[in-house]
Design a protein around this ligand. Structure first.
Ligand SMILES: Cc1cc2nc3c(=O)[nH]c(=O)nc-3n(C[C@H](O)[C@H](O)[C@H](O)COP(=O)(O)OP(=O)(O)OC[C@H]3O[C@@H](n4cnc5c(N)ncnc54)[C@H](O)[C@@H]3O)c2cc1C
Length: 474
C-alpha cells in the first residue's frame, strides 16, 4: 500500500470525554481515505506511539482518549456509500452519524434497528461499543443488524467480516472498542416503519420493585421500553419513577404517513416555547444542579407524571430525548459528570440497586438522573448485556468530592460483581483492571488476547480505556 509522509507538526490537541470530566492531550489525525489510516499506523510504529480511533467522542469515559498518543478522528469519513430503499440495506463509512443515517432512510419508510439516546454518535463508535437501544430486549444490540464490515488492521491488512466470514473477528471487533482494527465501511439492515410517529404509553411506578416488575412484564407487549428512576429518593419511595413504553404504528394506523415521515416533521425544535434558543438552556439548569435542587426537580417531575397517559410523538423525539437540550451536560459545571451504568440479572437487580442507591445517599453523593432499560444477552465477545435490566446513573463531579465519588463507584463495582452483573465500557470511568477481569472472565480474556496478537502484534491500538481495564491482562 502506498504511504504518504506524515509528521506530527501542529497536531497536538486536547481531547475530552463527553462528560467533560477527563482530558487527554494527543496528536490528532483526520483521515479521509482508508490509505491514510495505514499511514498513521506506520507513523505510530516508527515513533513508538499508540493509536486510538475516535468517532464523535460521545463516550462518557476514556474510550476514545489516548493521552500522549495519536487520536484517529474518523468523523471525516462520513459518506453514505449505498442506500437501497427497496431492501433497506445501507453501506456507510464509519464516520456517518446516526443523525445522517436516520435522515437518509426515514423518508423511504425505514429506521435504524438500534439507536443510542443521542443521534450524534458515529457508526464506527456504535459498532466498537456494540450499542443497545430502548429495544434491546427485542432487537438485541446494533451488531445483530450488521451484515458486513471492512476494517483496517494495524498489520495493514484490510479484512472483510460477516457473521459467516472471519466469524471470530466479526464477534470480537463489534464490542471490541477499536482495539483490534479500525472499521472502514459498515453494511446494516434497516427496519421497516409505516409512520413517522410512534405510540407511547407513560405511567408512574411508586418504588423499585414495581419499577422492575413493570419493565419485565410490559416489555413483551411493546417495541421499546425505558424508565426514568428518581435516584434522589429513599425509604418506601426508593426507585419510584415513570415508564415510557412505545410501539411502532402498524400499516394504516397513521392517516398521513407520507407527511409524518418527512424530515421537516421530525426536526427537534431549536427554541423553547418558540422563543429561547435551547442551546442556552443549560445555563438556566446549572443553578439547580446540586443535591437539593435536583431533589426538588425530581419530586416535581414525579408528581406531574402521576397520570397514566398515551400520546404519539415523532421517532426523533422519542429516541433522542437527550438531544432535546443541546449541551445539557454543561449544566453539571466545570467538573463535568460521570455516568455509571450497571447491567444486572433480573433475579438480583432489585437488591443490588437498592443497596447502591442507599449507599450513594449515605455518602451524600446521590445520582442526579437514573434511566432503566430491559435487556437480553448477546454473543459478542466483550458483551455488556444480560437477561435483566440496566440502570444508568449520572453523577456530578466536583473537585472536593472527586475522590469520594471514585471510591463510591468502585464500591458499586464490587456490588455489581457480587450480583452477577456486567459493565459497559462506554460509561463507567472508574472500573479497574481487576474488576474488568472478574466481569469478563478468564476464557474471554484469553480469546481476546489471541485476537489482539493476531491483528495488532505491535500493540499499536491502545486507548486510555484499554490501559485502564486491560493493562494487566495483555
Ligand atoms: C447522550 C448520550 C446517550 C447515549 N445513549 C446510549 C444508549 O442509549 N445506548 C448505548 O449503547 N450507548 C449510549 N451512549 C454511548 C454511546 O453510544 C457510545 O459511547 C458510542 O460508542 C459513542 O459513539 P462515538 O461515535 O461518539 O464514539 P467514541 O466515543 O468517539 O468512541 C467510542 C469507541 O469506539 C471506537 N471507535 C470509534 N470509531 C471507530 C472506528 N471507525 N473503528 C474502530 N473503533 C472505533 C473508539 O476507539 C472508542 O473505543 C450514549 C452517549 C451519550 C453521550
Amino acid at each position: 500500500m502506498a504511504t504518504m509522509s506524515l509528521t506530527l507538526d501542529n497536531t497536538f490537541t486536547q481531547f475530552e470525554n463527553f462528560g467533560h470530566s477527563l482530558r487527554a492531550p494527543s496528536y490528532g489525525f483526520h483521515p479521509t481515505r482508508v490509505e491514510e489510516i495505514f499511514d498513521v499506523f506506520n507513523l505510530a510504529k516508527n515513533l513508538g506511539l499508540t493509536v486510538t480511533a475516535r468517532g464523535a467522542g460521545r463516550s462518557y469515559n476514556d474510550a476514545s482518549l489516548n493521552g500522549g498518543g495519536i487520536v484517529l478522528d474518523m468523523s471525516a469519513m462520513d459518506k453514505i456509500l449505498e442506500w437501497e430503499s427497496a431492501s433497506g440495506l445501507v453501506r456507510c463509512e464509519p464516520g456517518v452519524t446516526l443523525k445522517q443515517l436516520w435522515q437518509c432512510v426515514e423518508p423511504d419508510g425505514w429506521w435504524p434497528p438500534v439507536v443510542s439516546g443521542t443521534m450524534q454518535t458515529t457508526l464506527g463508535g456504535c459498532l466498537a461499543a456494540n450499542i443497545h437501544g430502548k429495544n434491546n430486549f427485542q432487537k438485541g444490540t446494533i451488531g445483530e443488524h450488521v451484515l458486513e464490515f471492512t476494517a483496517m488492521l494495524p498489520t495493514g491488512e484490510l479484512i472483510i467480516c460477516t457473521p459467516k466470514t472471519n466469524t471470530d473477528l466479526f464477534y470480537a471487533m463489534i464490542s471490541g472498542w477499536g482495539m483490534l482494527g479500525v472499521f472502514t465501511s459498515i453494511t446494516l439492515q434497516m427496519k421497516r416503519i409505516h409512520s413517522g410517529l410512534i405510540a407511547v404509553d407513560a405511567w408512574p411506578v411508586p418504588n423499585l420493585s414495581r419499577h422492575l416488575s413493570d419493565l419485565l412484564d410490559n416489555a413483551p407487549r411493546y417495541d421499546y421500553i425505558v424508565g426514568w428512576l428518581d435516584t434522589t429518593t429513599g425509604g418506601q419511595n426508593l426507585g419510584r419513577g415513570q415508564i415510557h413504553a412505545a410501539r411502532n404504528l402498524k400499516e394504516g394506523e397513521d392517516p398521513d404517513p407520507q407527511t409524518t415521515m418527512q424530515l421537516a416533521y421530525q426536526q427537534l425544535p431549536d427554541r423553547l416555547f418558540g422563543l429561547m434558543p435551547k442551546s442556552l438552556l443549560h445555563y438556566f439548569m446549572s443553578p439547580f444542579m446540586n443535591n437539593l435542587g435536583v431533589r426538588g426537580i425530581n419530586t416535581a417531575k414525579y408528581i406531574t407524571s402521576l397520570r397514566k397517559h398515551t400520546f404519539r410523538q415523532s421517532h426523533a423525539e422519542f429516541h433522542f430525548l437527550l438531544d432535546y437540550v443541546p449541551g445539557w451536560e454543561l449544566s453539571y459545571g466545570r467538573g463535568g459528570l460521570i455516568q455509571y451504568q450497571s447491567f444486572l440479572p433480573k433475579e438480583t437487580a432489585e437488591d443490588a440497586w437498592r443497596g447502591m442507591i442507599q449507599l450513594s445517599h449515605q455518602r451524600g453523593l446521590p445520582s442526579y438522573l437514573g434511566v432503566t432499560k430491559r435487556h437480553r444477552p448477546d454473543k459478542f465477545l466483550l458483551t455488556h448485556t444480560v437477561d435483566g435490566f440496566s440502570l444508568a446513573m449520572d453523577f456530578k463531579v466536583t473537585n472536593n468530592k472527586r475522590a469520594q465519588l471514585s471510591e463510591l463507584l468502585q464500591d458499586f463495582d464490587h456490588m455489581v460483581l457480587q450480583a452477577g452483573g456486567r459493565f459497559y465500557f462506554a460509561k463507567n470511568s472508574e472500573t479497574s483492571a481487576e474488576a474488568a477481569r472478574a466481569f469478563l472472565g478468564e476464557e474471554t480474556i484469553v480469546k481476546f488476547n489471541k485476537l489482539k496478537q493476531r491483528c495488532d502484534p505491535n500493540n499499536l491500538l491502545e486507548s486510555d480505556l484499554f490501559r485502564r481495564v486491560f493493562g494487566q491482562s495483555i
